[in-house]
Design a protein around this ligand. Sequence first.
Ligand SMILES: NC(=O)c1ccc[n+]([C@@H]2O[C@H](COP(=O)([O-])OP(=O)(O)OC[C@H]3O[C@@H](n4cnc5c(N)ncnc54)[C@H](OP(=O)(O)O)[C@@H]3O)[C@@H](O)[C@H]2O)c1
Length: 361
Amino acid sequence: MANDLPTVRWGIVATGMISSWFVEDLLLPTWPGKRANHIIQSIGSSSLEKGQKFHEKYVLPHLAQNSGVDPKIYPDYASVYNDPDVDVVYIGTPHSFHKQNCIDAISAGKNVLCEKAFTLTQADAKEVTKLAKEKGVFLMEAMWTRFYPLVKELRRLLYEEKAIGRVWRTFADFGLSYDVESLPDNSRLKDLSMGAGTLLDIGIYSLTWGVLTLEENVGKGEHPKILAAQTLQSGVETISSWILNYTDTGRHGILTSTSNVRSANNFARIEGSKGVISIHGPTSSPESFTVKLHDEEGEGKLYTFDKPGRGFYWEADAVAVDLKEGRKENETINWAETERIMGIMDEIRRQGGARFPGDTF
Ligand SMILES: NC(=O)c1ccc[n+]([C@@H]2O[C@H](COP(=O)([O-])OP(=O)(O)OC[C@H]3O[C@@H](n4cnc5c(N)ncnc54)[C@H](OP(=O)(O)O)[C@@H]3O)[C@@H](O)[C@H]2O)c1
């Protein structure tokens, strides 16, 4: 571990897939642009046995190359919230539990990094951010892709260098291929009470690429009008398509998600007056893009970005730096931006027809 960097001690809540990805990344020896050291201080699970299995599989093999600190395993989440050695809690439960998990962690005075989708609705997101403000803790949505160096370079090319001229349209898709009807009823991808459907699970990434590429000052300028349609299968949304309509600049985002068809590798295309940028997938964690000018011969210029593991360390580093500097919100995805994204997804569902129990629209 690098001595001159801030060190953050994480409490991990839930031992599902995303928690395993997050933890394995934080235990890597290093990564490009590393800004912090990360210690997995404790792990909370619905059962001690599950927590121990997670520890054995995803933590133990990597400890030697990290701090050597062996985390405590708890048979519940509350013990993580109350662990005095935990600086920040990472929440990796299904979306529908995020609100209560955040409320419990924040009420115990803990800083929180919470997986996307942040909550089920904008109203829920606002409740959580309000509590964080009252309690004076740090809170951030774990929209990890926003922290990729690739995104920074892409936005520099679009809005500083103006590499493709005037930006007009972005197409972005996130498609996976699974049969929702054959999933078990308690799957988070099928159970409506857990926020099932593609929009909050993967469509949020298409939406993120839309705002990141069409807004010069993300979240601080023009807010788009929304036009949306959805397909439901046995009540679960399996296709979402929507347009972000920026009436001042005239820009359009044509954005989609589905569980019926896997996305093409070139999942996003940004069109400008002088050229086109294609981003190469997966949608949540791309490693390259190509800039092709209209008046240029050949395939265009390829930009590639080195990424050991999966790329969760960049958002974790951002949290560490914010904590060190005493900030309560992160400037890349602040509370207003999280609330805005949830509000757009509310509106897509309001127009498209996908509903969760308890929806008020
Ligand atoms: N950033 C990304 O790239 C990314 C990728 C995938 C998922 N996610 C997000 O991460 C969250 C979790 O997704 P996942 O794929 O990791 O889910 P998962 O594999 O099903 O794991 C979720 C974990 O949450 C806990 N949990 C608590 N109550 C539960 C309940 N009633 N049903 C199921 N699990 C329950 C369980 O852990 P314990 O038993 O240990 O308590 C479970 O293992 C979602 O919000 C998803 O959108 C993000």
